[in-house]
Design a binder for this molecule. Structure first.
Ligand code: ARG
Length: 565
């Protein structure tokens, strides 16, 4: 397939990086203004001319050929006209040939990306606050895989800390296995809260908790066994959700895995003269970088979150030799990542520049019920269950005879929830509203799934069209709606790369929405199933290509597409 944006970028003689040129080029919404547009505004400063003058100058330098047939300078934009017939033809052929591999690439061949995401905390409930890290991380996993990278998904479990000493004391006093087995993390949380209430009047509890924590650290069998029990209970609940969300991990090495792996890194930092004492604690001073010191060893000798992350980064580099290591974690932890990245950089580890904090905003429910201050967490499982139940209602109303309704409702409900975390630029805070994410006509996953199913059903109606001997009449594709749609389909491979390299799955989701809308316009304007078989065959190619791309795009977001809806 010709990469039109790339070809156009190569023709523009402007002082900008090629990749940036490419990313500035957009499909025009109105084909009277050409097919692709390049805005010259960014160049005004460097080129010391007005955007209008720049566009005129650049337009004069463009070499035309059979691919790019015309260029116009209009109000500071360069508008390019390409050979439309070949664009449509090429993209349809390309998608037909690649099928589910459309958008895949080899750029990542031989390279490894680690993605630290979802990273749950043992004994804590899995709530809606974990949705974004799980959805974004999982989508990045799929995007990088499609680009040929070896991907290592890491669930950096929160399985270390004094709170586990408290859990053991609480469990011994007020817990029992049968109830915990039955009620799960909810019960663990209940006794944990009770511990904190009781602790106020019974300071000996605090001391006992400290002792149990030390016993966990020393590997005392009883302490270990209880801790493993809590871990099993927590992971059992989380696994169920991961299975429903189609989320996978290759490593579960969490904080405790690094218990015995911190000495060497600490020694290395000491040898490099980076560690200073401060009130009995060991810290790396980061004043020169406008950050508070990075605390690595407390005065009682215990390690911290940052110590473990430093050890983990070094371990991952040795183990996987990654080209990039991503941390998909909320922006609340910005400082933590900036600090420990800086420590590694100061230690002279050049690969520290390959560590990326992929930060994102907060999710809350419309009634504000996520506020942890009020203490009422909303479980992710409950949100998914409710979305699935509502989907089932909608589907039953729209299509009462649909086979496998429950399965479809699961795919739609789960898709809607995932999409809500993937539709906007990830740094935005989002408010989750069931009615909005489940709106079949809105900019939602159900809308994309519904459009994909519409493609399937058209192809099914046409039956054995591929075997028909009648050649497609390509004149049936010579119209604005088909052109617009095909341009968007052609943009998909680049969107996959942009989404991966900018850590922004919303680039794919936004394109899919555009594609679905363009498809529905095409579908309203042009009858697909008709007596004119030559025309029909041409349009069915468009339908099939659209279905292929929507399905592929959804899969890169971790969302399934039901055959029928
Ligand atoms: N468990 C942590 C939390 O819930 C997230 C861990 C993220 N990964 C990391 N390597 N620090 O806040």
């Amino acid at each position: 397939m010709l990469n039109y944006k790339q070809i156009i970028a190569n023709k523009i003689n402007a002082p900008l990086e090629k990749a940036e040129l490419v990313s500035l080029i957009t499909e025009t919404a109105d084909d009277a203004f050409g097919d692709y547009a390049f805005p010259c505004f960014k160049l005004a400063k460097v080129m010391r001319m007005s955007p209008v003058q720049i566009s005129e100058k650049l337009a004069g330098e463009i070499e035309l050929d059979d691919v790019v047939v015309k260029v116009e300078a209009v109000n500071g934009y360069l508008n390019f006209f390409v050979n439309r017939g070949s664009l449509i033809n090429d993209v349809l052929n390309d998608i037909a040939k690649a099928g589910a591999k459309y958008g895949n690439d080899k750029v990542g061949k031989g390279k490894t990306v680690c993605i630290d995401y979802s990273s749950v905390n043992i004994c804590k409930s899995f709530h809606i606050g974990h949705l974004s890290t799980t959805a974004i991380g999982s989508s990045l996993y799929k995007l990088y895989t499609a680009l040929g990278y070896k991907v290592v998904g890491i669930n950096h479990l929160g399985d270390y800390g004094t709170q586990f000493g408290k859990m053991i004391v609480a469990f011994k006093l007020w817990g029992d296995r049968a109830t915990v087995e039955r009620e799960g993390v909810k019960e663990l949380q209940r006794i944990y809260v009770k511990f904190h209430q009781e602790e106020v009047n019974h300071p000996e509890l605090t001391e006992q908790a400290r002792e149990w924590f030390v016993r966990i650290e020393r590997g005392d069998p009883e302490a270990q066994e209880l801790f493993e029990f809590f871990k099993r209970i927590t992971l059992h609940e989380v696994m169920d959700i991961y299975a429903r969300l189609n989320v996978k991990f290759d490593s579960w090495n969490g904080e405790s895995f690094f218990n015995d792996k911190m000495d060497k890194p600490l020694q290395m930092l000491r040898d490099k003269g980076l560690i200073t004492e401060s009130q009995g604690a060991q810290v790396v001073d980061l004043k020169d970088y406008n950050m508070p010191p990075c605390l690595l060893v407390k005065s009682d000798g215990s390690s911290l979150y940052a110590t473990r992350d430093i050890a983990a980064a070094i371990w991952r580099k040795n183990e996987y030799d990654f080209d990039k290591c991503l941390y998909v974690v909320a922006y609340q932890q910005n400082l933590h990542f900036k600090q420990f990245f800086k420590v590694l950089e100061l230690a002279g580890l050049t690969w520290a520049q390959d560590l990326v904090h992929v930060a994102f905003g907060m999710v809350s429910l419309e009634d504000g019920s996520m506020s942890t201050r009020k203490g009422n967490v909303v479980l992710l499982r409950d949100v998914i269950d409710k979305a699935v139940a509502k989907s089932l209602e909608i589907i039953t109303e729209k299509n009462p005879n649909l086979p496998n309704k429950e399965k479809v409702a699961e795919q739609v409900g789960v898709g809607a929830v995932l999409f809500s975390a993937l539709e906007n630029s990830k740094i935005k805070d989002i408010t989750f509203t069931f009615d909005r994410v489940l709106n079949f006509d809105g900019e939602t996953a159900p809308y994309l799934q519904y459009t994909t199913a519409r493609c399937n059903s058209l192809l099914e109606k046409a039956g054995a069209w591929k075997k028909s001997k009648v050649a497609a009449d390509l004149r049936a594709l010579d119209n604005a709606e088909t052109l617009r749609l095909c341009k968007l389909l052609a943009a998909f491979p680049q969107a996959v790369k942009d989404a991966a390299f900018k850590y922004e799955p919303s680039i794919v989701s936004a394109l899919l929405i555009d594609i679905a809308q363009a498809f529905n316009r095409f579908y309203i304007e042009h009858r697909v199933i008709s007596d004119n078989v030559a025309e029909q065959n041409a349009r069915l190619q468009v339908v099939e290509a659209t279905g292929t791309v929507l399905k592929k795009g959804l899969s890169l977001l971790g969302i399934e597409s039901p055959e029928k809806m």
